[in-house]
Design a protein around this ligand. Sequence first.
Ligand code: NAD
Length: 461
Amino acid sequence: MDETSTILATDPSTVHSHAKAFWESGRAGSLDERLAALTRLETALSSETDAILAALAADLGKPGLEAWLSEIHFVLTEIRFFRKKLRQWSRPLRVGNPFFIFPARSEIRREAHGVVLIAAPWNYPLQLSLSPLIAAVAGGNTVVLKPSELAPATAAILAKILSDVFEPGHVTVVCGGPDAGSALLEQPFDLFFYTGGERVGRLYAEAAARHFVPVILELGGKCPCLLTDDVDLDLAVPRIVSAKWFNAGQTCVAPDFVLVPESKREAFVAKTRSLLEQVYGTGTPRDLAAIVNESHYERILSVCQGDVVTVGEDDASSRIIAPRILPNAGWDDPSMREEIFGPVLPVVGYTDLDEALARLAAQPAPLALYAFSRDSATLEHIAGAVRSGSVCFNDAVKQAMNLALPFGGVGASGMGRYRGRAGFESFTWTRAVTRRYWVKDFFLTLPPYGQTLARMRRWMK
Ligand code: NAD
């Protein structure tokens, strides 16, 4: 298909009008075309797997297994899920009618928003571009996708694949940085979907308010991981290490810090250190992703203050930060003031669970909360005390791998949901439709009312 569906240099109003014209043609809304486009996307991703892996390695030094699992396989699974369910989800939902409009037929229809803007971040540059895009296309929208400029190789391959798969105007990729992004915010999109940090998220929320359209914000925050007295560290530590150091901690739902009972702190640190040595080695870490750029590299190292356990050696030339544990972190430390988004794990001790929960509850609501305990009542108590977009008991990040669960934040970690059916629902809106028939009306409210009110009050209560 034509190269013009990918516009690399931005003329935002042309991009928008192009997408709008395609939307107005009605072709994006056809169920058969939506399914066919998803199939074409699936085929293209499968055949470009090696090129995508190379792009992810160039942008983020992602180990092949991590890149394949979390980006390519994840997205292919979501496409297959949508292909299987889309007809069913698209069907109007027949509902009942109040007796006084009898006879009638009512249903809820799912309608596309129109032209939607999707802005994606760099940490899972393929997954976080395509997962909302799949939902948007499945919903019948046309899409303008703005990948992150911080993952340029992935942005380029996305642009190529999407221009091959979609007709011009159906999906348009706009590459570029903040200038390209902020120019797009001036266009009258019908929905804004943003994944990234809070500061820029606010710009998307403001744009949506200006255009008077919905916005979905997938933001970040510090996801706490709380262990109680009765946990089995031999099981908990590998789960936490896997969730934290995957993609070098640059995962929005990774455990940001760990809260452990004081009595378990030393044992937790010792086991974590020993496992890190075993899996990443004691030299330059093997199979650990790079930090995205120099400024994030410096930022992450700058929060490593006080006691620091470093496993292995950094490699500044390829921006690899060796895993670090901050074994005696305190609530006011630099590492606890902002989201770490890197391979550094502060460990904060506590003596009273309810005091720890009160501290957590006072922080901005995170995207995810992780609680480890053998006692169900304790787990529910923790979930009840701290608000978060999602919760995973006795593990971390697994809730975000399940396409049957909605994904998103609450409060400072964002608003709106996607993934699987939740994505389809977010990228469509519900239209209430009632049809009446050409028969005599039994109930019509027409003056003069006379005794009608008294009768109505008796019958209708
Ligand atoms: P980023 O810098 O890649 O920005 C995200 C997008 O916004 C990019 O496409 C970028 O070009 C665009 N952008 C930047 N400035 C803009 C402007 N002035 N106007 C319009 N668009 C602009 O991403 P980031 O903020 O570094 O991402 C990291 C943050 O994202 C972390 O806080 C992380 O927790 C969060 N995150 C959240 C999720 C989630 O699903 N909730 C997923 C990944 C990352």
